[in-house]
Ligand binder design. Structure first.
Ligand code: PLP
Length: 463
């Protein structure tokens, strides 16, 4: 990777969005009124919004130009075919099922494949994916290599699946029809946007195939994963990113995609299927019921144009260098300040290890949520908890609370939206919190639904 001080952003700014900075007293009132859940804040009360990199990208002049070319025909729109061409080219998938966002594609995929009592294997499922698997009465099984959970061990591909565990699960479940498919999430969002190597993808796909089990990608951040393969894996340094993407997808039977990430748009998703063994027709029937007709699936023609353009822009090397370089820039500044994080930094944000940052707060008292609240109160920075609230749950059999391995605060960086000076402001706030972290208290969960808890949970601070 080139040093960040040897190049500047590969774009210049044509339009700006004004933001406001409130004071700390105002923010303390706002977060209390929000039930100490940052999802309930008004966005205008946030100074630097790192809640998510989803749907928050700045579109390019070319994407906006294509918005005007959108064909809004109900059936057979030209814009659908531009998107279909892009998906065929990059994903190598003949069949495209357009959806309003990624989780709708998951809903359709699970609806076709997943039955009660099955086990869906993966490196580490994303929260909405877990939710859709559980809604079908099936079990999401995370088989991430164990180093992926250890924030202190620096390895290039911490998103890899553990091949021994995968084989054991396939051996036990596949012959009885208990494994509907394997799902590889690239990059692996839940443990820090950590990449999966081509070698691991190739081997996992071959294993699945040997048991007759389909292999799908959760491709929301496929381009960032390809960039990591190019810069970290032997044999890929000189390959164009599009070629790396084509090789990667060649190992799968299809993909779900949230275009709100690496396609650099504000809304959209799809399910892509390589071969039609009846699955496309089944998927399309569900699409028509829940999303819309085949050639628009819940999107406007202009959205499909912007996605078709964004799929290519998202794969540009100078863009990805700047993007992933900015994530590393923030990660380096926080490391200098002594903040414990998932290292090396991943594709879309910085993941702070709240167990290590706040060792005095036990996981039952939601240390990551406590840090999210403190970060907002102190600096107006909105991050998100990915820990005991997002991934914890009540075991339906025993009624006991089950906590996840990792307790993280994610600072996700929107694409092309913030400058390095915004990153400096975030790092300065974290530095201050690092100095007086003894004043941060745990949180009590006072309300949470059963599934996808963090979106609607409410908390109270402990005294
Ligand atoms: C965002 C995301 C999803 C869900 O997509 P939405 O567009 O938010 O519905 C699924 N998987 C991964 C890895 C994601 O990052």
């Amino acid at each position: 990777m080139r040093e960040r001080n040897t190049y500047a952003e590969p774009y210049r700014i044509k339009m700006v969005e004004l933001i406001e900075q409130r004071d700390e007293a105002y923010r303390k009132d706002a977060i209390r009124a929000a039930g100490y859940n940052v999802f309930n804040l008004k966005a205008e009360d946030v100074y630097i919004d790192l809640l998510t990199d989803s749907g928050t990208s700045a579109m390019s002049d070319r994407q906006w130009a294509r918005v005007f070319l959108g064909d809004e025909s109900y059936a057979g729109a030209k814009s659908y075919f531009s998107l279909e061409n892009a998906v065929r080219d990059i994903f190598g998938c003949k069949y495209l099922v357009v959806t309003h966002q990624g989780r709708a594609a998951e809903n359709i995929l699970m609806g076709i494949f997943v039955k009660e009592g099955q086990r869906v294997l993966g490196n580490m499922h994303f929260d909405t994916t877990e939710g859709h698997i559980r809604l079908r009465g099936a079990e999401p099984v995370n088989l991430l290599r164990k180093e992926g959970y250890d924030t202190t061990c620096e390895l290039p591909f911490k998103g890899d699946i553990d091949l021994d565990l995968l084989e054991a699960e396939l051996k036990a479940g596949a012959p009885e029809g208990k494994v509907p498919f394997v799902m590889m999430t690239v990059t692996c969002n839940s443990n820090g946007g950590q990449p999966v190597s081509m070698e691991n993808i190739r081997a996992a796909s071959a294993l699945a195939k040997s048991y007759g089990v389909p292999f799908f990608f959760d491709a929301a951040r496929y381009a960032e994963n390809c960039y990591f393969i190019k810069t970290r894996e032997k044999g890929y340094a000189d390959k164009p990113l599009a070629e790396i993407a084509r090789e990667m997808f060649s190992y799968g039977d299809g993909a779900t995609m949230s275009c709100k990430k690496d396609a650099l748009v504000n809304i959209g998703g799809f399910l892509a299927i390589k071969e039609d063994s009846g699955h496309y027709e089944a998927a399309s029937q569900k699409q028509i019921q829940y999303e819309g007709f085949r050639t628009y699936g819940g999107l406007a023609g202009r959205d499909m144009e912007a996605i078709a353009e964004g799929l290519y822009e998202g794969l540009c090397e100078n863009y990805l260098e700047d993007r992933i370089g900015q994530v590393k820039y923030l990660s380096d500044r926080l490391t200098e300040a002594g903040v414990p994080m998932q290292l090396p930094s991943g594709g879309h944000g910085v993941f702070i290890d709240a167990k290590r940052f706040l060792p005095g707060i036990p996981q039952e008292c939601f240390p990551a949520q406590a840090l999210v609240v403190a970060l907002y109160e102190k600096g107006g920075v909105r991050g998100v908890e990915l820990g005991g609230c997002a991934f914890g749950r009540k075991d339906p059999a025993t009624g006991e609370d089950v906590f996840p391995e990792m307790e993280m605060v994610r600072l996700a960086i929107p694409r092309r939206a913030y400058t390095d000076r915004h990153m400096d402001a975030v790092a300065d706030t974290m530095e201050q919190l690092q100095k007086d972290k003894d004043s941060i208290k745990g949180m009590r969960l006072v309300y949470a639904p059963d599934i996808m808890r963090h979106f609607s949970a409410r908390f109270e601070p402990m005294v």
